[in-house]
Design a protein around this ligand. Structure first.
Ligand code: ATP
Ligand code: MG
Length: 259
């Protein structure tokens, strides 16, 4: 399906717009990266897509449906956000935090039924946190908590996943495992993902497309495997002055360094 997520001329921000006239679409199955310097507006854009930051102009459509007129809960059935800073929820077990992913569907008061428990276990297994289900969420390490919240966004079962620096607390193997898991998840069904990343090599390795954000505006788009290396180098060079991008011909993997 083309354009599972479509963003048309979106401006969003606080008192003044931070994200300005942004348009793009993400097709089903696409794992798209959003890259930009600190303060460029990546988190504002992701929160803007869910309505967490006020829209000033433009449209956000999921499967062709305009999200503006939807309630918060209806929106959460369509867009699942992993925030940059994951909440701690003192006193809640990991299993209970994962069950919260079902609130947009079941409401907060319904006790988890067999289907919810099955979804929670399946998502926990995807991210390797099934052994933590009985633990107090506040007593986890940062990386463990990030994996739990990733599982929670999957329990939410929305077609659009918005992940804000999902690997910021993850170790090296878990970072790559995360992308393997996301790739498999997107192959499984009607989903797409927009993922904020700071590591261009990681984005080039795992994502089908890279969107470049500068000062609240989209300034470029790269497709690893299609965009010539010279064009990748020039576009990333504007975003990250001094960067050198190299491709290992044998593996097809990219390496980045700052000269
Ligand atoms: P980082 O890579 O550091 O996470 P970012 O690209 O996610 O950066 P945002 O958090 O979207 O950047 O911030 C973009 C701009 O919006 C910054 O200038 C920031 O100061 C401003 N901003 C962020 N949150 C708020 C807020 N709650 N109220 C007012 N301005 C804000
Ligand atoms: Mg951010």
């Amino acid at each position: 399906m083309e354009g599972m997520l479509e963003v048309k001329n979106l401006s969003a921000g606080y008192r003044l717009p931070v994200v300005r006239e942004v348009s793009f679409s993400v097709a089903a199955g696409e794992l798209t990266a959003l890259l930009g310097r600190n303060g460029s507006g990546k988190s504002t854009l992701l929160r803007g897509l869910t309505g967490g930051v006020p829209w000033m102009e433009g449209q956000v459509l999921v499967r062709g449906e305009d999200c503006q007129t939807l309630s918060h809960r209806q929106r959460a059935r369509r867009l699942a956000l992993l925030p940059q800073h994951t909440p701690v929820f003192p006193g809640l077990r990991v299993g209970e935090v994962l069950e919260m992913g079902r609130y947009p569907w079941d409401g907060p008061l319904r006790p988890p039924d067999r289907e919810t428990r099955a979804r929670v276990r399946a998502a926990a297994e995807k991210f390797g946190v099934e052994g933590l289900l009985e633990r107090d969420c506040a007593a986890l390490s940062q990386g463990q908590r990030q994996l739990v919240h990733l599982a929670r966004t999957v329990v939410q079962d929305a077609p659009v996943l918005l992940l804000d620096e999902p690997n910021s607390a993850l170790d090296f193997p878990n970072t790559h495992q995360l992308f393997r898991t996301l790739t498999r998840l997107l192959e499984e069904g009607e989903r797409c993902a927009l993922v904020v990343l700071h590591d261009p090599a990681l984005a080039l390795r795992w994502c089908t497309r890279l969107l470049l954000l500068e000062d609240g505006r989209l300034t470029g788009e790269l497709r690893p495997g299609t965009t010539p290396l010279g064009d990748i180098q020039s576009a990333l060079g504007l975003l990250y002055p001094g960067i050198a991008v190299k491709e290992d011909k044998e593996s097809g993997h990219f390496f980045c360094t700052i000269e």
